[in-house]
Write a protein that binds this ligand. Structure first.
Ligand SMILES: Cc1cc2nc3c(=O)[nH]c(=O)nc-3n(C[C@H](O)[C@H](O)[C@H](O)COP(=O)(O)O)c2cc1C
Length: 311
């Protein structure tokens, strides 16, 4: 029998977290669909205004009674106001990566909200546990989006499992039931999946984005420099060629949305262009290393059923 995932004082659930995907790829419909299947649905708050995030949480609550969380990157200027707004909306959990904020654990503790850190090493996992994390997501180099390591998940996961007493969620390159079985056998308490859910019917990405996922081969996935100061995993395109090496793109309008930004290009604009399908040659398409395993855009229900039938 599959062991359920229990994070802090939240009810037990199916051990799948849908990774938060900015900008606006994972919004209320996707998060709610995952929560309705018994997993944990995550709204990506990065790139949203406080008001928009509040509305998105309320929308999700109207669509599900399941577990809903919010993901906000520590690197964004609005980090504190977004996390505090989600907590005020009585979100079930907050997941954060790209830096660790000591403060957010205190905000979560005061409000009884589970705080989960994304880490890529046993060292950071231990620090998170000490600060009060209810669980850690350990992300390997296979993951889509920003990366904190160049090491494979299968190498880091056992180290993290052996060093903390809170639930450990494996992330990066997990697409199907076989991958999940392997992660659970390595000691994970659950998995976080991004790419598979970005390519779902309920994902907010435009059709061109989803089609690109279905067409992608393993060699199409590359590393790009992000203005955040980290590497990111994305699909090779005209846009990624335009930012390769030391190349930069002109920024027409800057909203100072990041705490620190190299100004190499505007990542908010590039991620927004990916969402809407206009200006696709100016779009950054984040994707995980195993996007080649995605053969179809599926409803979330079917993704869960396929996994359940093979576990
Ligand atoms: C399109 C896309 C956007 C993402 N955006 C975020 C984000 O805003 N914050 C975050 O912590 N992780 C983000 N991620 C990472 C996912 O939450 C997840 O950990 C990762 O996708 C797992 O690897 P996989 O894609 O191979 O399943 C993103 C991933 C993708 C594919």
């Amino acid at each position: 029998m599959l062991k359920k995932l229990k994070i802090g004082s939240l009810p037990e659930c199916f051990p799948i977290i849908q990774g938060g995907m900015a900008i606006r790829i994972s919004t209320a419909p996707l998060a709610a669909a995952v929560a309705n299947e018994g997993g944990i649905g995550i709204i990506a708050g990065t790139g949203m205004s406080v008001e928009e995030l509040r509305n998105e949480i309320r929308k999700a609550r109207n669509l599900t009674n399941g577990i809903i969380g919010v993901n906000v990157l520590y690197a964004v200027s609005q980090f504190a106001s977004l996390v505090k707004a989600a907590i005020a909306e009585k979100i079930d959990l907050v997941i954060s990566g790209a830096g660790i904020s000591r403060d957010m654990y205190a905000w979560g503790k005061n409000a009884g909200v589970a705080i989960v850190s994304i880490v890529s090493s046993a060292r950071l996992a231990k620090i998170s546990e000490k600060f009060g994390a209810a669980a850690v997501v350990v992300e390997g180099k296979e993951a889509g989006g920003h990366l904190g390591t160049d090491r494979p998940l299968r190498e880091i996961l056992p180290e993290v499992v052996g060093s903390v007493n809170i639930p450990v969620i494996a992330a990066g390159g997990i697409i199907d039931a076989l991958d999940i079985k392997e992660m659970l056998a390595l000691g994970a308490d659950g998995v976080q999946m991004g790419t598979r859910f970005a390519a779902s019917q309920e994902s907010n990405a435009c059709q061109e984005f989803k089609d690109l996922y279905v067409k992608a081969d393993i060699d199409d996935v590359i590393l790009v420099k992000s203005p955040v100061g980290l590497l990111g995993r994305a699909i090779h395109s005209e846009f990624t060629d335009s930012i390769a090496g030391d190349k930069e793109r002109k920024i027409s309008k800057c909203n100072e949305c990041l705490k620190q930004c190299s100004k190499k290009y505007c990542i908010v604009e590039a991620l927004n262009n990916a969402l809407i399908g206009e200006k696709f040659d100016k779009a950054l398409i984040f994707a995980g290393e195993r996007v080649d395993k995605i053969k179809e855009i599926l409803p979330v229900k079917k993704i869960f059923n396929d996994i359940l039938n093979r576990l």
